[in-house]
Structure formats: C-alpha cells, structure tokens
Design a protein around this ligand. Structure first.
Ligand code: NAD
Length: 256
C-alpha cells in the first residue's frame, strides 16, 4: 500500500541514528508520500542526520529541540510555524533515564532519576502536544512509543516502567482533551529493538534472545514494523482510533 500520507506534514521527534525507531518512521513517512520535518536533541546529532538524509530527494526541515524545557519545545514549534506549516502528524519517539537507574534494584531509584525519566520520557509528550495542536488546524494524529514495562515488571527496565505507565495515561487524557479538535492521540507498544536507548538497559541481549522463542510469532520485531504501524496511526485508515495502545511486539503481550 502506498500514498497513505500524501498531503500530510509529519513532524518526527527523536532520531539519534540509523537504528532509531524515529528514523525508520521518518523513512516510512517519506515512502508514503508525506512531507517530513525532524527534530533532533542537540547539534551533536545534526551532522549525523544530514548524512542520513544525503540521498533523500524530498526537502526535510531539521529543527533542534531539547524537550527538557518548555521553551525548547515551544521554540521548535515556532520555527515550524514561521514556515506557515500546517501539521497533520506528530511522532514522539523520545525517552531517557540515567544509566544508573536502569540496573540494580528498583527500590534504589533516586528522586532525581525518577524526575528526569518522567520529565523527558513522559511529560515531553504533553509539552509537544500542547505546542503542536496550534499547527494542527486541520486535525491531526499524535503517536508516541511505549513499552510493556509500563504494566509488567521487566528486569532492569526499572524507572522507565513508571515513566511509560505515565506516558500511556497521558495518551488517554490527551486523546480526551484533543479529540474535539479532531486530533487523535495513540501509542505504539513496541517489542524490544536494538537501539541506543535500549543498549542502556542491562542484559538487553538476553531479553531479545528469550522473546525469540516465546512470542507467538517466534521472533522479535524490527523498527520498520513499528514504523509501519505508526504510519497506519498517522493515516486516515485509523481515523476512528484514539486513546489506544497498539502492540507491535510479535504477540508478546498476549502470552506474557
Ligand atoms: P533512540 O536512542 O534511537 O531514540 C531515543 C531518542 O530520544 C534519541 O533520539 C534521543 O536524542 C532522544 N532524547 C533523549 N533525551 C532527549 C531530550 N532531552 N530532548 C530531545 N530528545 C531527547 O532509541 P529508540 O529505541 O528508537 O527509542 C525511541 C522510543 O521508542 C523511546 O520512547 C523508547 O522508550 C521507545 N521504545 C523503544 C523500544 C526498544 O526496544 N528500542 C521498545 C519500546 C519502546
């Protein structure tokens, strides 16, 4: 199926490198005929993005956006606004927790670690949605990335578990708030994928190995599969779906 996003402008937040779920999503947006804008966390990442986009024929807007402050998020959206950009889609693919809080006992989680993980991984969705809705004058679709650690204890996922639980609750509250403006808000709950963010979780490789034999599909998932489901949620095919958590995990949620 092609052309699902023709006429739609999608902002993807959270490309760090070629392994990022956000990068697979960006490519899928372009493949479906969408117009793409990207935000990146810091200028350190920008040259990498430019290299990734070197072969891309479409014009892609690149904007720096550190979601650690409301100002950073507002500034990025103002830059899009200056281009008189109407936005139809927003993909929030951002998470962070201090490395020391992703190993050892959950009970040792620090106050600072908890605050940072929730701020960057969860609150940032609210901040981004608040700013993006001004540009979504024709309605829109917001998609964030979550993980099963939100509702099940996953070894070493630790502080990210409560952060993802809060993120998923925010999806429902935002869906209720923004629905009257025809803005839908959903999450994709992805199975584990080898990315920079995932590498900070202790024994991540062991998790991938276990799922290889335990999921109904007897395999793990790819960033491209997560991106395809995200495109569905961005497209009009999902026009009656909001407040939903869609599992792209080879069926793991059904059996664990
Ligand atoms: P990734 O490391 O490629 O992406 C994480 C992104 O968050 C990076 O681009 C990083 O720059 C960005 N980020 C962190 N702090 C930021 C800040 N202050 N301001 C702006 N950006 C910031 O890893 P990924 O696996 O592609 O992660 C994307 C999303 O997918 C995350 O929400 C993650 O929790 C979720 N997810 C990942 C997996 C997995 O196994 N990889 C599974 C389920 C859900």
């Amino acid at each position: 199926m092609s052309g699902l996003l023709v006429g739609k402008h999608v902002l993807v937040m959270g490309v760090a490198n070629q392994r990022s779920i956000a990068w697979a999503t960006a490519r899928a947006v372009l493949a479906q005929g969408g117009r793409l804008s990207l935000t990146y966390q810091s200028n350190r990442i920008k040259p990498r993005l430019e290299r990734l986009l070197a072969d891309c024929e479409a014009e892609v807007t690149l904007i720096e956006c550190d979601v650690a402050s409301d100002d950073g998020v507002a500034r990025a959206m103002r830059k899009l606004e200056k281009e008189r950009a109407v936005l139809h889609g927003l993909v929030h693919s951002i998470a962070y927790a201090p490395a020391e809080d992703l190993q050892g006992s959950f009970v040792e989680t620090t106050r600072d670690g908890f605050a940072v993980a929730n701020d960057i991984s969860s609150y940032s969705l609210i901040a981004a949605a608040r700013e993006a809705r001004r540009l979504m004058v024709q309605g829109g679709s917001i998609v964030t990335m979550t993980y099963a650690g939100s509702h099940r204890v996953i070894p070493n996922y630790n502080v990210m578990g409560p952060a993802k639980a809060s993120l998923e609750a925010s999806v429902r509250y935002l869906a209720a708030d923004l629905g009257p403006a025809e803005i839908r808000v959903n999450a994709v709950s992805a199975g584990p994928i080898h990315t920079v963010a995932a590498r900070s979780i202790k024994d991540f490789a062991g998790m991938l190995e276990l799922l290889q034999t335990h999921t109904p599909l007897r395999r793990n998932v790819t960033a491209e599969e997560v991106a395809d489901a995200t495109v569905f949620l961005l497209s009009d095919l999902s026009r009656a779906i909001t407040g939903e958590i869609v599992h792209v995990d080879a069926g793991a949620h059904a059996v664990t």
